[in-house]
Design a protein around this ligand. Structure first.
Ligand SMILES: C[S@@+](CC[C@H](N)C(=O)[O-])C[C@H]1O[C@@H](n2cnc3c(N)ncnc32)[C@H](O)[C@@H]1O
Length: 356
């Protein structure tokens, strides 16, 4: 180690403190995931307050394990502990975040996504060495469920209420009856929400991952929108039909191998007065603008999922999940769109409107 690389003890301590917090956090979300799978949070929220014995009895789970799990949660600040009564409880905020399935603030889908990344680490390890890709289909199924679980509440809160109205003239077309494609639709959360809100329109969900399309069909049947949704297993550059009024891609363009080819196909299949709605992760245009916790989260998911998924496909452009508006606009223009603007945004996503 050269003189200039000497360790500054104070900086080392600060870094240790920060990383110790990260270690605690990584274990905290593992505890949260375990609690979700074992229905411990919902049981505790239901009981109001419980000792480990009462929670064990209520859930039919082993008391000693339940006590250790509760202790870890109390230390993390995920549940409250009363030393006087030896009892645990949850504040309304803790109950929402850990157990209110479908609520936009519930983070269990997020935790599940992180756990799925840990499960797939050996596969990603391999592609770092080989330089090859890792197809979406080769991830464990936990990833597909967590994607749906994590994204759906966000779409439910924003898509119909604010994203569609932010697009020029689109809401009216959907109300009257329009032809829409949702490309890379996954489990079809966005497709089904739109089909529920706009019964006069027809929604085509396309994804090349067959098990996801099966799920999407189930979701549509369960939501009572099988009549105005059609799901098909097909790639973004090959989906059938034309004359679409609206084509949308939700958090999937950067996963594609050939995003320019996909945009060009969208341009070809869109009416001349049609709209392409592109939803992508929020990001600045340079790495230095993305050096914060949200950037860390996106770059990490992108290392584990998005970049290898793109690399696994022809062209393998590997845009990454933090491509930023400038780079995305270039891709849209190369694909044949001339007018691109940021229609709206949330803290985690940007919504771009592209017109021919
Ligand atoms: C992160 S998921 C998003 C799924 C969905 N849009 C959502 O928001 O829940 C990315 C999706 O893109 C799909 N995908 C990736 N590349 C594709 C391609 N070239 N053609 C079609 N689908 C693709 C994957 O199968 C996956 O379902």
């Amino acid at each position: 180690m050269s003189r200039s690389q000497e360790v500054n003890e104070q900086k080392l301590e600060e870094l240790q403190g920060k990383v110790l917090g990260d270690v605690a956090g990584s274990l905290g979300l593992l505890m949260a995931y375990l609690g979700d799978r074992l229905d411990l949070y919902s049981a505790l929220a239901e009981l109001g307050e419980a000792t480990s014995e009462q929670l064990s009895e209520n859930t039919g789970l082993d008391e000693r394990y339940v006590r250790e799990w509760l202790s870890a949660n109390a230390a993390a600040g995920y549940v409250e502990y009363s030393a006087e009564r030896r009892a645990f409880s949850m504040t309304p905020e803790q109950a929402v975040l850990f157990s209110a399935e479908g609520h936009p603030a519930c983070m269990q889908g997020f935790f599940q996504a992180v756990v799925s990344n840990y499960l797939d680490e050996p596969k990603v390890h391999e592609v770092f060495r080989s330089g090859e890709g890792l197809p979406w289909s080769e991830h464990n199924t936990c990833l597909f469920c967590s994607t749906e679980r994590f994204f759906r509440p966000m779409y439910a809160a924003n898509l119909v209420e604010s994203w569609i109205p932010a697009l020029d003239g689109v809401r009216k077309k959907l109300e009257r009856g329009a032809k829409v494609a949702d490309v890379g639709c996954g489990h079809g959360s966005s497709t089904v929400l739109l089909a529920e809100a706009f019964p006069n329109s027809t929604f085509h969900g396309f994804d090349f991952h067959a098990p996801s399309i099966e799920h999407a069909r189930d979701r549509a049947r369960n939501a009572g929108v099988a009549g105005n949704t059609i799901f098909e297993v097909v790639g973004a550059s090959d989906y059938p039909g034309g004359g679409y009024d609206l084509v949308a891609i939700f958090d999937a363009l950067h996963d594609m191998g050939d995003p320019v080819g996909a945009c060009a196909h969208i341009r070809r299949t869109l009416k001349d007065d049609g709209t392409f709605m592109l939803v992508e992760p929020a990001a600045g245009d340079s790495l230095e603008e993305n050096l914060h916790p949200l950037g860390q989260i996106y770059y990490s998911f992108s290392t584990m999922i998005c970049t290898p998924a793109s690399r696994a496909q022809p062209v393998g452009l590997a845009l990454g999940a933090q491509a930023g508006e400038k780079r995305l606009t270039e891709v849209l223009r190369e694909g044949g769109f001339t007018r691109v603007r940021r229609a709206t945004e949330t803290p985690t996503n940007m919504v771009l409107e592209a017109r021919p």
